[in-house]
Ligand binder design. Structure first.
Ligand SMILES: C[S@@+](CC[C@H](N)C(=O)[O-])C[C@H]1O[C@@H](n2cnc3c(N)ncnc32)[C@H](O)[C@@H]1O
Length: 318
């Protein structure tokens, strides 16, 4: 396991955001927003959130799926997925149920988080059976799990050397088509640390699609409330990255060395979802004030960046 740069109360609070995300996802899954048979294994309880929040989670999960689908369609050989700040995300298991195209799935998070994820996986046959190879082999060390095609390792994303070592230990290959996923993660890093991580990744994987989902446009009243609430919980870095608009977030990806980059706020993503899907989700729970959803969507963005030709044409409406 990699050493942490230094473990602070803020890191503890940031790691805790994973619990919220998992419990909120379980709440939305139980209401029928999307199907995920695995999330209940990671959450102690379901958190019931307001309808606009549930719709926001749905839009994010669905949009990430849409981009992963495009990524897999373009892969010319076995690909790899690197899930940064993976928390208790269940993407590996959901994908395993529908495709064998992912040759290696790598998950990185703080060691405290990966250790808990490791324990949960080891306790649950339903999770473990999708990971073990034919001989049932799974290597578990403190906070880490290594199997054929699935690796979970602890590291601090602010420590470039640690990230490189973790990727190498997880069998990451520079020549493989690579999807790097960062959902609600980079926003918890200081701007210079996030920029250094993006530069490292842009260099390391020349056939790459990067997908980032996180807060944006926080430089207004709505944003101030969100930043204050997160600061009160101990997560103070959010204000640094989250204040940028979508265009600036895209520019930041180009500055990190990515060949192509584009992005949308979640209001645009929501409009791009198929009409019948939106209609189904809108029937699940009444939402009297549509403005609440629009406001929320304006403060989250999906940005994508590509390295090499393979993924250069990936787009929201493709
Ligand atoms: C809001 S959760 C999101 C989890 C997951 N990506 C999802 O969408 O459900 C943020 C995650 O990023 C991780 N994280 C934040 N900063 C990190 C860092 N410096 N090193 C490793 N992990 C970090 C946290 O521990 C947490 O699990």
């Amino acid at each position: 396991m990699n050493k942490l740069v230094s473990w602070s109360a803020e890191d503890e609070a940031v790691a805790g955001t994973n619990t919220d995300a998992t419990e909120c996802k379980l709440g939305a899954v139980q209401l029928g927003y999307w199907a995920d048979p695995y999330v209940r294994l990671f959450a102690r309880r379901a958190e019931r959130r307001a309808p606009e929040i549930n719709r926001g989670y749905y839009a994010r999960v669905r949009a990430v799926e849409m981009f992963i689908h495009q990524f897999l369609e373009r892969c010319d050989s076995k690909c790899q997925i690197i899930n940064l700040g993976c928390g208790f995300d269940t993407l590996f298991w959901r994908l395993r149920d529908v495709t064998q195209a992912v040759g290696n799935f790598i998950e990185l998070d703080f060691p405290t988080v990966t250790a808990k994820k490791c324990q949960i996986i080891k306790r649950n046959k339903q999770l473990l059976e999708k990971i073990a190879n034919e001989d049932g082999e799974v290597a578990c060390r403190v906070g880490e799990l290594h199997a054929d095609g699935y690796h979970l390792a602890g590291c601090d994303l602010r420590d470039g050397g640690g990230v490189r070592r973790a990727l190498a230990a997880c069998g990451a290959r520079a020549d493989a088509p690579t999807l790097v996923l960062a959902e609600c993660v980079l926003v918890y890093l200081r701007e210079d640390a996030a920029a250094a991580l993006l530069q490292l990744l842009a260099c390391a994987f020349p056939k790459q699609l990067l997908l980032i989902y996180e807060q944006c446009n926080l430089d207004d009243k709505f944003g101030e409330v969100m930043i204050r609430n997160l600061s009160l919980r101990g997560c103070s870095a959010v204000g640094e990255r989250g204040r940028l608009g979508v265009a600036a977030a895209v520019e930041r990806l180009r500055a990190a060395g990515y060949g192509g980059a584009r992005g949308w706020d979640m209001a645009a993503v929501w409009r791009a979802l198929p009409d019948d899907e939106r209609a189904r989700v809108e029937r699940l729970e009444p939402l009297d004030e549509q403005e609440l959803l629009h406001q929320l969507h304006q403060h989250y963005a999906l940005t994508v960046a590509s390295q090499g030709d393979l993924f250069a044409d990936i787009d929201l409406n493709a």
